[in-house]
Design a protein around this ligand. Structure first.
Ligand code: SF4
Ligand code: SF4
Length: 428
């Protein structure tokens, strides 16, 4: 008869045995644990969904308020990896949440304390960004040289061995690790200065340092392809001053180093404002997450586009496109989804290729800046449904984030490149 449920003697039954929802942090306190956010989270099959992250954090905070020593608790250890380390912090969950909770914001806030000890090094890299990217290029060249001497198998074994010895604190080695970008872009105006069609091009630090993976048929770097495409469309390209020392701040923001991230984005804003003639000329950034971060952090009226948005807005009118006779994969990055660019990316891809496949059940690839190298299991879990959805006749994939493309190539078995390569191919 299900006693106590339909007929109940207790006049306080409606307020008894309620699920505890202790206050934890104002970012997540409104969570009703409905779970609408779960299907889009890249870590949902690996560790925790956003809802589960919040539930765990609430429990840790409840214990803290109750006076328990949470620093030594098993739950805190579990939360460190499952809650913090495996969150991509891209905030896709916020788009699904009925009350707009971005669990990634909570994670970034909690990472601030965790990464505090690295702040001095981070500040040095931010203040010497040109030297930092040069060092990355040296590393990429050394990797290329070692791979050609030792071969992929031995490289994977050696780097994997070091990772085991260091208990997972050093990065993994992937055969898709790119070569260094040899194309050196300098500040200046490329094309006729009196051309009415002008664009400011800001290549991300990833595009400036990374070339292509070794087996790509088109070995030109993204910066070369973008410059060639813009010239083909009749644009005069303006490269901002102090390019080498600029960054949108994303690498610092994702680790909760807010002050450094803000200072980098403010420097960039000032230079883009100057280069764009105070917002008159559109700005093309070739990497989607950097575009999103910059748009969210600027205070001046700049027109900033990532590749697909810029092609839709400008280049589709300026280029004659003949779709390549191929089936291609398209990955819409989480930052593009959050900027509402899914349709634009599909429109561009369909204008350039006969057949376009957008795989199901992948909302975010989980690469998350550098986590593909440091926490590769997140990328692996998030892209698990990819390989089986690639048609047998498909040889290439396209996206708009250089770093995400490394993980997509690794887990799909086909090389992924920027969608600008496809536009360049179709406009030959
Ligand atoms: S959708 Fe929002 S309210 Fe619902 S569980 Fe997720 S974070 Fe909480
Ligand atoms: S920010 Fe991304 S990885 Fe983190 S909880 Fe939200 S959807 Fe999941």
């Amino acid at each position: 008869m299900n006693p106590g449920v339909i007929i109940n003697d207790d006049p306080n039954a409606h307020i008894t045995h309620l699920k505890p929802m202790p206050a934890a942090d104002e970012i997540v306190d409104r969570c009703i644990e409905c779970g609408f956010c779960e299907p889009v989270c890249p870590s949902r099959t690996l560790t925790l969904s956003p809802r589960q992250r919040i539930v765990l954090y609430r429990e840790i905070q409840r214990r803290d308020v109750a006076g328990e020593d949470i620093t030594k608790s098993e739950l805190s250890d579990v939360f460190e990896y499952q809650g913090l380390d495996t969150c991509a912090a891209t905030g896709l969950c916020a788009d699904r949440c009925p009350v707009g909770i971005n669990t990634g914001d909570l994670v970034k806030k909690l990472r601030t304390a965790k990464y505090q000890k690295h702040e001095t090094i981070a500040r040095w890299t931010a203040n010497h960004f040109g030297s930092t990217t040069s060092l990355v290029k040296v590393g990429l060249r050394a990797n290329q040289l070692s791979t050609s001497v030792f071969g992929e198998r031995m490289m994977s074994g050696m780097v994997g061995g070091i990772r085991r010895i260091t208990k997972g604190t050093t990065p993994v080695w992937l055969p898709e690790t790119p070569t260094a970008n040899r194309h050196h872009l300098k500040h200046g105006v490329y094309g006729q200065p009196d051309n009415p069609k002008k664009v400011v091009y800001f290549p991300s630090c990833a595009s400036r340092t990374m070339g292509q993976q070794r087996d790509n048929t088109d070995q030109r770097s993204l910066t070369e392809v973008t410059m060639s495409l813009l010239a083909k469309a009749g644009y005069t390209v303006i490269i901002p001053r102090e390019l080498e020392s600029q960054c949108c701040g994303m690498p610092y923001d994702s680790k909760g180093m807010n002050r450094i991230a803000t200072s980098k984005s403010q420097q960039l804003e000032a230079l883009l404002w100057e280069a764009s003639n105070e917002g008159e000329i559109p700005v093309l950034m070739d990497t989607s997450p950097c575009t999103k971060r910059t748009l969210e952090n600027i205070s001046r009226p700049l027109s900033i586009f990532e590749p697909a948005g810029f092609v839709c807005e400008y280049l589709l009118n300026d280029l004659t496109l003949t779709p390549v006779n191929e089936t291609v994969m398209l990955h819409v990055t989480c930052s593009s989804r959050r900027m509402g660019l899914e349709d634009s990316m599909l429109r561009v891809a369909k204008a350039c290729a006969q057949d376009v496949v957008m795989p199901e059940h992948i909302q975010c690839c989980g690469w998350a800046g550098d986590k593909g190298f440091t926490t590769p299991e997140l990328n692996q879990a998030a892209t698990a449904p990819l390989r089986e959805q690639i048609p047998g006749n498909c040889r290439r994939g396209f996206s708009n984030s250089r770093t995400c493309e490394i993980g997509l190539s690794h887990h799909s078995g086909i090389p992924y490149q920027s969608i600008l390569y496809l536009v360049d191919d179709a406009s030959r």
